[in-house]
Design a protein around this ligand. Structure first.
Ligand SMILES: *Cc1c(COP(=O)(O)O)cnc(C)c1O
Length: 364
């Protein structure tokens, strides 16, 4: 049976190492702030190139800490794409600032840099750029706009850790970056987890304290922080998976190319576009297809799992009604009714992909 993301087949591959890593943490009893977290942080830094990596309790928590460090206050505005996972914007509201939406590009599904400046005002403090489905947006253009207006940039790399942008990796381009280790993400742990990245020494120092109650040393609190730590068991699992992550990214890229090839002549299906100066970790392989809901239901009947990332742009979410945002986000509205994510993981087989594509053709 085809799975949307098959975590079992991955576990079977690394089982002896993962089991030993978990057992090692249990026998050490260093569950919190232990050496596994420190080692993972060093390995994440050498993987993505960012000088500082800070383990975090989730990708969502990771989005709050930089706002705390940069002293974002009620009334401040932060620019964010209107078509993304809810947390990218909800954490702005949660921290008391106001999310200001920008429409996305029809081909990459990422924030449209050409539409950012029209949304910058005197209260704008930052731009949250999201690397949707595993591909970064045009980060250089976004960084240039930010510099011109004295803003800082956060890359929400929850779906793109490991991807390449020009000569750098995702999570090593913006002022500060975040990722998620939610189990189904390209690099996932066995519970909740995330990380924050920066090359700024001062900001790193503040954020490292903020995730641990703002402590200088035990029971001495320099800042009002939170418990936003990654735990050692999750870190130990991630250390095993990180060793194989580059190989898995390549497998995902091969699988995406197979889908592209199989779907290229299928009328009405638009396959995802990756720009030539970057690549994708393929957190999702997402096509555009008219009559999406009917296609999805028919695939479900055949036992083919699919998903919709995301069925509603953020401006239409009830939780954001208070923003009274009357702007029309044309591209996001189209995508919300047309996107369909197909089964994708490192170990999906060509036979499984053929079955998915044949089923789509049959439905169409
Ligand atoms: C998954 C995800 C998050 C949240 O990460 P969690 O670890 O689930 O809290 C935030 N932003 C984006 C774009 C995501 O895909």
């Amino acid at each position: 049976m085809i799975k949307f993301v098959d975590l079992n087949v991955q576990y079977e591959k690394y089982k002896s190492e993962i089991d030993a890593a978990i057992a090692g943490v249990i026998s050490s009893t260093a569950f919190i702030n232990g050496p596994e977290v420190k080692s993972l942080e060093a390995e994440l830094s050498s993987f993505c190139g960012a000088k500082h990596s800070i383990g975090c309790s989730s990708g969502t928590a990771a989005l709050v800490i930089p706002q705390m460090a940069m002293e974002i206050k009620p009334g401040d505005e932060i620019i964010v794409p209107v078509f993304t996972y809810f947390a990218s914007a909800s954490m702005i509201s949660h921290w008391g600032a106001t999310p200001v939406f920008v429409d996305v590009e029809p081909n990459t599904f990422n924030i449209d840099p050409g539409k950012i400046e029209g949304k910058i005002g005197p209260k704008t403090k930052a731009i949250f750029a999201v690397s949707l489905y595993g591909q970064t947006p045009d980060l250089d253009s976004i960084m240039a706009i930010a510099e011109k207006h004295s803003l800082w940039v956060l890359e929400d790399g929850a779906q793109s850790f490991g991807a390449e942008y020009k000569d750098r990796r995702s999570c090593n381009v913006a002022t500060v970056s975040t990722t998620s280790f939610f189990p189904a993400k390209p690099l996932g742990c066995y519970g909740d987890g995330g990380a924050i990245f920066t090359n700024d020494d001062e900001m790193a120092d503040i954020m490292r304290k903020l995730v641990n109650h703002g402590q200088n040393k035990r029971y001495h609190h320099k800042y009002v922080g939170v418990n936003g730590r990654l735990d050692s068991i999750q870190a130990s699992i991630l250390r095993v998976k990180l060793k194989y992550f580059q190989e898995e990214i390549t497998l995902r890229q091969n699988a995406a190319e197979r889908y592209n090839e199989m779907l290229k002549d299928v009328d009405k299906v638009i396959t995802p576009r990756v720009m030539s100066d970057r690549n994708s970790t393929w957190a999702q392989y997402t096509i555009r297809i008219p009559d999406r809901n009917r296609v999805r239901a028919a695939l479900q009947e055949k036992g083919i799992p699919t998903s919709v990332h995301y069925p509603m742009p953020l401006n239409k979410q009830e939780a954001f009604a208070y923003l009274n945002d009357e702007t029309e986000y044309k591209v996001a509205a189209e995508l919300a009714s047309e996107v369909l994510s197909l089964p994708m993981h490192a170990f999906i087989t060509p036979e499984e992909q053929t079955e998915v594509v044949d089923s789509i053709k049959a439905v169409l």
